[in-house]
Design a protein around this ligand. Structure first.
Ligand code: GLC
Length: 756
């Protein structure tokens, strides 16, 4: 936005106070305030992260019909593609549709971490891991913005649940905040330069996110170099003057009440940052005005095909015993298709992201179409739209399944089970869905379950069936993609971007979720998702990064170009991937780093790089990743900055967080030197760790007569471990008290002066 700065400053000098304060809020539910006399046009904002939800009315909750647009799979599906290029392509298509429909800023992607599996909007979020989410969403932002449309990355920050979202206070320690909840935003700001960020409803550590100087200015602008604007979530602003000075540019939707308030705050001198915020707004508006291409034509077929591809690449094959999948129509006479989702699938999630899906495909019809008469398909609903079943529905399903070679059961979560606005209270599917599967499994074999849900669920039936595919909320193309995958026209190449726990009690956040008395304490710290399951050695149902394909792969020949490095160097790591199966297939290779230091708490491993690779049967490919200091960082709360600890690390490569096949140790030497200034209450340990303090403290100990040293004549080194520990962790003034007058405050004062 730099190249618009001069133009913006000139405009600010020509604007009246009235015009400036009007620019700080919407002119309508979906537009910014125009200043015709200065050729500043309105900008149109519109949801959402899975497709354009352009409505003209006051509807920020997805209750009215939107204009036609391509409905992509939701973000939990997108996250399961692990495909950066595909994410760019989705962004590009969204940008084209925005230009054509007349939208300047698209309110997406939504990138909050999936802290709890119960999060109501988990269908709308990418992952439990900030690197996977950040790298994928950054590509979507680039795709959108390369079409001259602004992205709006949301919801900044810690909007990880829906319970009391307008007021709840999320209490998060600094290290966890940076390493988990801000990291994806940081990756996107630094690598994709988003035009805007959306401030979230909730508070963070006592302050509303939309009026949080540390979040909106210190971190976002000063540390990360963000050059865009921050707009509020709809009706999220608590105090507009505080928000403007903290770093918010735009209160959405329109709130004319703030005009007089802002004028008064400006005139009484309490409002300090109005011109800064207006200048930032104008830079964005001028940029978007210049990049408008309203004559853009939409190739609906191309976008629709892309939606099908995304759904295919997001489907995760969780189980495939006896390689029952893919089904060969030539060898299969009759298939039962059970479950109402087979004819009435969910394609989107509930709330503001919901797109008018421009087709009414269903998997049953698509299967029949693809089979071209080679196989007979029979259907039975099995349960009703709310997921309830009856003996009659079960009997009908069992009857339909009679004499069938294979049985495909569609199950998952009805819309009422997961939505914006409220969280889940369980990870179970409806009883009717589970009962249908179990009753059929009692009588028959060769059962394939297809899941239609937006977020992790418990799979209590997993041992009773031969195959399970997680097909998510697949957008326009969901039904066509799952039919292609089941019949082998496409392969499933998705990998889980969120852990599937066996029980909700195993989930890290469950003990502090959803919070109480207006507060939600993130007590699990960095241990979210696989970081938690691995640290606590809890077996999940299916781990982060997991997914099967219709082939097998071998990982071999790991190599690193050095065994030791300092933090200014790069580390090149490579390995060979081989498709050892009989069909072409796609693998998602993942690289994790394990920090072996013990001064700070660390997860056992953390994802740092990944690539999706398609190989022919028997094909081998060398995969190389370049690691830098950024891949070894952790956040030091004491010094309020990212740092690298010197010491041993391990590079781990595999097919999921738990399927690690290759490893390589690496020793890292950090150039970060933190010298904690010694002060009166500093402990003996801090003195001995200090470059200048060490000698001064050792000299003091030579004459020290406390803790029995006078009686026994022992030196400090000869004392018992117990007494040494007590002394090491003791603030110096307490050592003076216990020194039998051998150590004085005057001596300590001299030591402090000599330590600086
Ligand atoms: C909603 C959502 C946000 C959406 C906005 C506009 O409340 O939280 O994601 O973009 O309002 O619809």
């Amino acid at each position: 936005m730099h190249n618009y700065l001069e133009q913006a400053k000139k405009l600010v000098s020509q604007m009246t106070l009235d015009e400036k304060v009007h620019l700080c809020t919407g002119n309508s539910y979906w537009t910014t305030y125009p200043i015709e006399r200065l050729n500043v046009s309105e900008c149109v904002l519109s949801d959402g992260p899975h497709g354009i939800r352009k409505v003209t009315g006051k509807d920020h909750l997805g209750q009215t019909i939107s204009e036609k647009a391509t409905g992509f799979p939701t973000s939990s599906a997108m996250g399961s593609t692990w495909n950066k290029q595909l994410m760019y392509d989705i962004g590009e298509a969204l940008g084209i549709e925005c230009q054509s429909i007349g939208v300047d800023i698209l309110l997406g992607p939504a990138i909050n971490m999936k802290r709890s599996v119960l999060g109501g909007r988990n269908f709308e979020y990418f992952s439990e891991d900030p690197v996977l989410c950040g790298q994928l969403a950054a590509e979507m932002v680039k795709g959108i913005q390369d079409q001259g449309v602004g992205a709006c990355v949301k919801h900044y920050a810690c909007n990880n649940s829906e319970f009391m979202r307008m007021t709840i206070d999320c209490i998060v320690d600094k290290r966890t905040l940076h390493e988990i909840y801000l990291k994806a935003f940081e990756i996107i700001v630094k690598t994709a330069n988003p035009v805007s960020i959306m401030g979230s409803y909730n508070k963070v550590n006592g302050t509303y996110a939309c009026e949080h100087p540390e979040l909106l200015t210190d971190i976002l602008r000063n540390q990360w170099g963000f050059q865009g604007i921050v707009l509020s979530d709809w009706l999220a602003v608590n105090d507009i003057s505080k928000s403007i000075d903290a770093g918010l540019n735009l209160e959405m939707p329109c709130n004319k009440h703030i005009v007089e308030e802002l004028k008064a705050s400006f005139e009484n001198g309490s409002l300090k940052k109005l011109d800064d915020r207006v200048t930032e707004m104008l830079c964005v508006i001028l940029k978007l005005q210049d990049s408008r291409k309203r004559t853009t034509k939409i190739d609906w077929e191309k976008h629709d095909a892309l939606s099908v591809q995304v759904a295919c690449e997001s489907a995760v094959l969780l189980k495939n015993d006896n390689n029952i999948l893919p089904i060969s129509c030539e060898k299969t006479k009759k298939i039962a298709v059970l479950g109402e989702f087979a004819k009435f699938p969910r394609t989107q999630g509930g709330g503001s992201s919901k797109v008018l899906s421009s087709n009414d495909d269903n998997a049953f019809s698509e299967l029949v179409k693809l089979a071209e008469g080679k196989t007979e398909f029979v259907y039975s609903a099995g349960y009703n739209s709310e997921g309830d079943t009856t003996d009659i529905l079960i009997a009908d399903a069992l009857n339909a399944a009679k004499d069938c070679d294979k049985i495909i059961i569609f199950a998952g979560l009805p819309e009422s089970y997961e939505s914006e606005g409220y969280d889940r209270t369980s990870i179970a599917m409806p009883d009717g869905h589970n009962k249908l599967i179990l009753e059929v499994a009692k009588k028959y074999k060769n059962i394939i379950v297809v899941l239609n849900n937006g977020s992790a669920i418990s799979l209590t039936f997993a041992h009773e069936v031969e195959a399970i595919i997680e097909a998510w909320l697949g957008g326009n193309g969901g039904s066509r993609s799952i039919a292609k995958i089941l019949l082998g026209f496409e392969e499933p190449s998705g990998r889980l971007a969120e852990t599937f726990p066996i029980r909700i009690e195993d989930d890290a956040a469950s003990i502090n979720f959803p919070g109480e008395e207006g507060t939600q304490i993130y007590g699990e710290r960095m241990f979210v998702g696989y970081r938690h399951f691995e640290k606590k050695n809890i077996a999940p149902a299916y781990p982060f990064g997991y997914g099967l394909s219709y082939s097998t792969f071998e990982y071999s020949d790991i190599n690193a170009d050095k065994d030791a490095m300092n933090d200014t160097e790069n580390l090149e790591v490579s390995f060979t991937l081989t498709n050892t199966g009989n069909s072409p297939a796609t693998e998602v290779a993942q690289l994790y780093v394990s920090n072996k230091q013990t001064t700070l708490l660390h997860p056992l491993k953390e994802l740092k790089h990944f690539d999706k690779i398609t190989l022919k049967s028997g094909e081998r490919k060398k995969i190389t990743w370049k690691l830098s200091k950024d891949d070894f960082l952790c956040y030091n709360s004491t010094h309020k900055q990212w740092t690298v600890e010197s010491g041993d690390y391990e590079i781990l490569i595999g097919a999921s967080s738990q399927n690690i096949y290759l490893s390589k140790p690496i020793n890292l030497k950090s150039s970060d030197i933190f010298i904690v200034e010694l002060t009166k209450p500093s402990t003996l340990m801090e003195w001995l760790d200090h470059p200048k303090g060490k000698a001064l403290a050792e000299k003091m100990l030579q004459n020290y007569k406390g803790f029995g040293m006078a009686m026994t004549g022992k030196t400090f080194a000869q004392l018992s471990l117990f007494v040494q520990r007590i002394m090491l962790e003791m603030p110096m003034p307490r050592l003076i008290t216990a020194s039998n007058n051998s150590f004085t405050y005057e001596q300590l004062e001299n030591m402090l002066n000599n330590s600086r």
